[in-house]
Design a protein around this ligand. Sequence first.
Ligand SMILES: Nc1ncnc2c1ncn2[C@@H]1O[C@H](COP(=O)(O)OP(=O)(O)O)[C@@H](O)[C@H]1O
Ligand SMILES: [Mg+2]
Length: 347
Amino acid sequence: MSSKKQFRRKQFQFFRRNLAIDLGTNHTIIWSPGKGNLLSEPSVLAIDTRDNSVYSSGREAYNMLGRAPSNIEVIKPLQDGVIASFNYTVKMLEAFLDKAISRSPVIKYRLIFTVPYSSTQVERQAVITAGKRIGIKNIYLIEEPLAAAMGTGLPVNEARGNFLINLGGGVTEIAVISLGGIVKAKSLRHGGNSLNTSIQRYIYKKYLLEIGESTAAAAKETAGYAVNPPEKQDLEIKGLNRKTMRPDRITVPLSDITEAMYPVLSNYCTMAKKIFEQTPPQLTTDIIKEGIFITGGGSLLHNIDVLFSQNLELPVIKVEEPFTNAARGAGMALQYMRFHLLDLYRA
Ligand SMILES: Nc1ncnc2c1ncn2[C@@H]1O[C@H](COP(=O)(O)OP(=O)(O)O)[C@@H](O)[C@H]1O
Ligand SMILES: [Mg+2]
């Protein structure tokens, strides 16, 4: 190496920063191990179709869903936990990163993404490529249940059984974790969003009222009970009456929402039971003692803990900060460079 080159190398010092991105079907979180939550926005992008430019992103774009003028297309680039539209995912990531950090050529970022446990190699490679497209060279991946368990503060590195259920928008993951790895897991490619669809179908069948997905989501989030809905409490729902073809409003008992969600929720219980039954006995003793931890937006559903508890006969704990713990855990894995937790390292 020439002395001139050596000199330049000494003069030019890079600053290194770690960043974690939880790229979820419904929400994207950008987390800095040092600074905490930098961004938390719906995974939505609004595109101006005249020149294919980004009109808005995140919450602003989400609010345009169903209300946008004809030249604006509102897009959800992720489906069922994985990239559905690669180019729009890159555009969305660029927009989010611009909001979250100020890029500088002297700062080198090391980036970790969470991916669903069930995602394929091709789907994971798409995430890595998307990260490279936004100009980051050092990219790591971590499976979401592991990241969420770490972010929750569970002792994942110990020889102890940890049982976690992540109820996301597009994926539901049930995992048993011990010694820094996933021992047993099941990942279903549907989540809270299919509860919305179930509510839409139920209301249509019973009352011939057509309701939008956001109406169904709002009904679930405000008045949905996984089990034991309060008696004598109703909910007003607005939609399109298919008989008269006019806008209409009806009042339904809360038990309707519970009944609509039941088939999907009981499927989750069956899956969780199966995973628990397949868990090695040394680990089940820990789980019986510590209980099941539930996270993700779906864990906010009223009485979802009661439902799991009744079905599995185990204590159930709703974690704090269910939206951000996966991103926090991913940041922790990267910060302490726990290589054995990371997947597919690509320099
Ligand atoms: N209060 C609530 N009750 C029930 N479900 C909720 C509530 N708040 C959010 N959700 C649901 O959580 C899901 C989004 O969770 P999130 O963890 O952000 O998903 P993802 O990681 O897939 O983006 C959505 O289906 C949403 O309807
Ligand atoms: Mg998630």
